[in-house]
Write a protein that binds this ligand. Sequence first.
Ligand SMILES: [Zn+2]
Length: 437
Amino acid sequence: MIKKILPLVLISLSLHATAAVVIQEELYVVGLKPEVVRDLVDSRDVEIDHVTSEGFEIYGAKGLSQILDSRNIVTLDMKAVKNKMLAEYPTYIEFTARMQAIAAKRPDLIKLFSIGKTVKGRDMWMVKISDNVDKDEVEPEFKFISSMHGDEITGRELTTSLIEEMINNYGKNSELTDLMNNTEIYIMPSMNPDGSELKQRANAKGIDLNRSFPEFVDNDANKPEGRPIEVQNVMKFQGTRQFALSANFHGGTIVANYPWDSRYDRHPLNDLAMDISHAYADLNPEMRSSSEFSGGITNGADWYIVKGGMQDWSYIWYNDLQITLEVSHSKYPSYSQIPGFYVSNRDSMVAYMKRVHQGAGFRLDRSNVEGTVIVKQLTPSAREMGSFGFNNSEFYKVLPEGTYELTVNEKNGKSQKISVSVENEVIRGNGNYISLK
Ligand SMILES: [Zn+2]
């Protein structure tokens, strides 16, 4: 199948992971497999994405189309169609106004803030949604981020509509109300507003944000310095929170992609990663009945290797289990189709958010405590899940269903144990996010 052909091309790409590809041409190669590229261009200079049986996308510097043309490779320039389609979508100014209007409705439930500025000085808007929104309550923290590829715009509209629905239906829809009362939900619909305005994948400097995060295969350090400013802003923000479950939205096909993206061995919580991907895919008719991906889900690396992606980074450094959602075959479907996409993704988004309650953790009543937590599963099977660091006096981790014992070892020598039962389909209050002395 498609999956098997990729390693050769991408192994050579990975040797040069530090030199970012500057994207000036965005092309689509029709009807061929990515391995053709290996013989035609220096694979250090290109990026490949969204490989399907119909073809694949290829990104690179000026001259790429000429090189491919001269080798009789048929490519489509994505720019013309894209410019036309994306012109139908709200501008950054209009998107900002929409976010501000929602936030103004219920300041008790939603807080709009910027996590920083882009290359072009645009705000990276984030909302926090929760009851008592101004308080940092002992509740699981969840996050959606969309459109770090600026032209993959469907997710921006879906997540913005979700924010609106939550705010408009608080107190009316019991499922949403329950979720908002017991969760701290963060949503950033547009991580790359410069790219969206420029109608392109990369940021304003031509850099792909989803190849720019620290990665663990080459022991990249978890330091923001030297990375695109948008990535720096996300990294710094992540460090201030305790996210335990998240997803990031893309477009170009329809599938839920789970970690790892950057290496072939299985994630330590592989079954759980597949399970939460199914939580999304099962409720999206087109995703679950995919002919390209069984059940509408795929392991990231089995599909194609991505190094420097946000998904692997968030788990490795923060225990924040993240999947990548590709939500539309076209990155920029006709804007009139967005309500239909919302209908087919709405239940999936809600079901996925709820899964953050399938976890366990604690907050200590003293500030700035650091230490480690040893997580031991007791049932259905006894196993050590590992030892995890914590700081800021807090820890919370999404886990497979079962009963657990958490041993909290503070750096100062204090040690205590908590026992919890972790279940799916249960929204808890402080249930498994336990306040400890
Ligand atoms: Zn993407």
